[in-house]
Design a protein around this ligand. Structure first.
Ligand code: URA
Length: 515
């Protein structure tokens, strides 16, 4: 029996090096015992695996395997190292193994990867930083969070918090490890040993702000207790200041709904309000930044209002589609496109995605985002925990603009005139759906929603207010991800995109209904 002791429970590089050597040496997975500091060895230690000869050919794996293994290795199951080794071993003879979803090893690894992704998204949503009192004379405040992840995700997810709270000094303490960031001083995130709950501040001066905020955004008319528990499982409640109010808010919901009906709908003030500039609302308070800290970095208070329901919306959307179809002043390419591609999705969706324009496959199918970019978008949505059919998906420009070249129709980016032509229609479509949050995918959508050309990279990942008062969240277009040639960068950018979608969804859920 050979033994491999990994340096950390999420030591992917260590696992990969050892697993490669084992596969090259032809050592069967059942003859290896794996351990890490969090996974004690089951047996007495045996010899380490032999070093792989320099010139031995590396084991071949399909493209999806490294990503799958890198995720699954963060799972808390002590069998994960052996399972991944067995998969690597089997892949040498069974090339298409990963496509066999019913294979028990594949299914187990996929389930582990999904659980790790879910845990990461919960961490993004439920880490709550509290201000740590610092000794007099010490410089700058530190924000400290206590979090109990279900899996070994701290090191992998620290980058999310570094990007999100780059300017603050923060620490995240967990039972198995801690991460520390020095804010504007930059450098690297430092990792340290695990901590105890008592090491993090239990409360801070502005604790009640969280609770007031949560109570303000809690919409009793939209309460679905099952869905809420699925989103915010009870095991996270201990660390969420707002959670202690949930039982009371649920109990009071029926009476509050009756009172809302009695009072009638609030007039749609937010929609009419026009502001000259975009206003950044970092995180929309679903981001774990304490409201007090948020106000220090310039976050305006969240508006809230109750939306009247409108049973005519599907009919009005259909009428808008017909109206565009019957126009005869469409920009020059309209004669070429097969058909108008209008938005689709539930008219009461909380989240509305705006893309650029239909592509070749969308033009033929008459539906948005069904081609290669759409498939990537669907996958990212699933990973972000958003069902595509829960969201309304549309495009800034509703016809496929292309240059015919031989058998192919080459996509042409819409110009300012195309965007301006469709903008009033898009505004009406948005007005009818009245989502809580719009997500703009890429530069064309950003321009269509704001009326201004601006680089997506400057504003990506923030909750912003458009000139018409609407809240929106800019991110990249999925076809940008398809075009990245370097696979490591592609994987990183894809993860950022999934993070963006998860954050936008969490923000939309936590926002009050748009008025
Ligand atoms: N790209 C878009 O922006 N929209 C689609 O519908 C398809 C690809």
């Amino acid at each position: 029996m050979h033994s491999v002791a990994l340096a950390a429970p999420d030591d992917f590089d260590g696992w990969r090096a050892a697993a490669r050597a084992l596969v090259i040496a032809g050592i069967a997975p059942e003859r290896v015992s794996w351990s890490s500091p969090a996974d004690p060895p089951a047996l007495l230690a045996g010899p380490p695996p032999p070093e792989a000869p320099e010139d031995a050919p590396a084991p071949r794996v399909p493209r999806g395997f490294p990503d799958l293994a890198a995720l699954a290795i963060r799972h808390r199951d002590p069998q994960r190292f052996a399972l991944l080794h067995r998969l690597l071993h089997r892949l040498q003879a069974e090339r298409g193994l990963l496509e066999v979803a019913s294979d028990p090893d594949v299914a187990r690894a996929e389930a582990m990867a999904r659980a790790v992704r879910r845990d990461a998204h919960k961490m993004h949503a439920f880490v709550r930083f509290r201000e740590m009192r610092v000794a007099e004379g010490a410089d700058g405040a530190r924000f400290v969070a206590w979090f109990e992840p279900g899996h070994h995700i701290l090191r992998a997810e620290a980058g999310f918090f570094r990007r999100r709270f780059a300017a603050l000094r923060w620490s995240i303490l967990t039972p198995c490890g801690s991460a520390h960031w020095e804010g504007a001083e930059g450098g690297e995130v430092r990792f340290g040993p695990g901590a105890r709950r008592a090491d993090a501040p239990a409360e801070d001066a502005a604790e009640d702000l969280w609770r007031t905020y949560f109570a303000a955004i809690f919409n009793p008319a939209r309460l679905k207790t099952g869905a809420m528990l699925a989103e915010m499982p009870r095991r996270y409640w201990r660390n969420l200041p707002e959670a202690r109010d949930i039982p009371r808010l649920i109990a009071e919901a029926p009476a509050r709904v009756a009172e809302m009906v009695e009072r009638g709908a609030t007039p749609p003030a937010l929609r009419r309000q026009r502001t000259a500039h975009l206003v950044s609302l970092p995180g929309g308070r679903s981001d774990g930044l304490h409201p007090a800290a948020a106000s220090r970095v310039g976050t305006p208070a969240m508006p809230h209002a109750e939306t009247p329901t409108d049973s005519d919306v599907p009919a009005a959307l259909a009428a808008l589609k017909r109206e565009i179809e019957t126009r005869n002043d469409l920009p020059g390419w309209s004669g070429q496109a097969t058909q108008l591609v209008f938005g689709e999705g539930p008219p009461e969706a909380l989240l509305m995605f705006v893309g650029e324009q239909p592509g070749d496959e969308e033009d033929l199918a008459g539906r948005p985002f069904v081609g290669p970019a759409g498939r990537l978008f669907n996958r990212a949505m699933e990973e972000a925990g958003v069902a595509r059919d829960e969201a309304y998906v549309t495009n800034a420009v509703k016809h496929f603009k292309f240059t015919p070249t031989g058998k192919r129709r080459l996509h042409q980016t819409p110009d300012a005139g195309d965007i301006a032509y469709y903008r009033p229609f898009l505004e009406r479509e948005i007005g009818l759906v009245a989502p809580r949050l719009l997500v703009t995918l890429g530069a064309t959508a950003l321009r269509a929603v704001t009326g201004r050309a601006m680089p997506v990279t400057k504003v990506r990942g923030n909750v912003l207010r458009a000139p018409d008062g609407r809240l929106f969240y800019p991110t990249v277009h999925p076809s940008y991800l398809l075009r990245i040639p370097d696979s490591a960068m592609k994987a990183r950018e894809y993860d950022r995109f999934v993070e963006d979608l998860a954050k936008a969804a969490a923000t939309a859920r936590s926002l009050p209904a748009a008025a």
